[in-house]
Ligand binder design. Sequence first.
Ligand code: TEU
Length: 546
Amino acid sequence: MDWKKQVVYQIYPRSFQDSNNDGVGDIQGIIQRLDYLQDLGVGVLWLSPIYKSPDKDNGYDISDYYDISEKFGTLEDFKQLLAEAHKRDMRILMDLVVNHTSDQHKWFQESRASKDSPKWDYYIWRDGFEGKAPATQYGYFMESVWTYDEIAGQYYFHNFAVEQPELNWENEELRHEIYKMMRYWLDMGVDGFRMDVINLISKPEAALRNDGGSGAPTENGPRVHEFLQEMRRESLSKYNTITVGETPGVSPEDAAQYANPEGTELDMVFQFELVGAADTLGLSKWHTQKVSLADFKHITERWQKGLHNRAWNSLYLSNHDQPRQVSRFGDTGTALFWEKSAKMLATVMHMQQGTPYVYQGEELGMTNYQINSLDDCRDYEVFSSHKDMVVDKKLLTESEFIAGLNERCRDHARTPVQWNTRKNAGFSEGEPWIPVNPNYVNINAEAQLQDKNSIHNYYKKLIALRKEVDCITDGDFTLLLREDPNLMAYSRKNTDTELLLVANFSNATQKNPLDMQGEVLIANYEAGNLGELRPYEVIVMRRKIA
Ligand code: TEU
């Protein structure tokens, strides 16, 4: 299978399909929907974590790397899923969360028990500085990165939740434990991994200093490439895999090394510049800011040109940590613009070089839900940042924070997939663990499968085009109409074909200044006057070149 012509579909298992009606999605639910995914045309499935976990961070806090959470099923269910997926020529990527474990993991239990424990050094421990935490650095969830552990009598380091202590990758024995665990899943038939915050595993000394200072970020630390190369040698190189690293704070230069074409580290990485573009403007992700089209364009160009012939891009606007893309970058104001803008955004992403990632429900144009109070939310980050920003520091009022949640909360992505108009959108007969978006009566898979003009059927076309048109995978990239405030345009060119894409990001008709030669490859409106673009219209032209 040439995976560069495939599209990856991300499943967030607890919100995908519940088969036993306990309100939580599960592995048998995924198996029930494999035909749906095969029909969509995706060749690779990435599952967010399904390992044993106390679920402080929805499975990203793993307490046993070798077993499946009873919420999702059993190892036998998982093996059945592998077999059923492989039968349909689909590959399965597991989420690999090895920057940290749960505090319930037996390693942490043994580590904290005593400095003499053989596992003590598996985690990052420091004495306090003058009776306080070693540094005042804040982590991703707006909490101190150091927490005092009564049992150990020391502070441990964590970028994420208090219950997610970070592993000490300097410890060689620990590293080999991880590679062994990877081989266990690969031997079972898993086809690769999406690696959670993998560029955080090597900590720069400045991040851990014990002097009461302000710490430093832990991204792209000094030994990270060495560790990934070792991981490749000890586990991945023995198998035929696909790997993608989640790497906050990477530049195209970093990415070119992580995803180098010699294949010594990873196949591709997720960059955060596009989905994080608005964050740098405000004080935090909860200070609402829209990503500007100018940023959208130049970041796209920077990565498309930056990695061409140097590494492989991953293309995404959505995942389980991001709000719904049509709500964020498109328009949900009218039913028409909702549909057109969802298709437009998909086209802009899928016509680029790299691997597109479709997040569950994106192919239906699922939207954000209405959050009225903290009771509507489930995510750890909501509560930790509410405490920090509203209660402790008073940087935002309650209503400003709720407004921020409505734009950026991770739970928008985590509401159940909307399958049909039956109870709870066909997700579960039981009480879902998180609210169902009430718009499922209008937005659901069953209705869209029957409508040939649906967003779903449009995604199907995009996914099929990638397999047919080589220029989508190998063409070079040129950004056009750089200064236009409403239109985004680019061309892709290989030796025999040129693709020209032009997209209207506004809700008004705009003049199209481009010379539209060739045939229409895909478009989200019926054919019209090529001299103008209707609201959220996108057109891709294809022409043969000598
Ligand atoms: O995310 C890490 C990450 O860098 C962010 O997406 C982060 O969750 C976000 O900025 C918080 O606002 C990964 C997982 O995707 C995420 O679900 C986990 O919570 C996190 O690591 C810890 O495992």
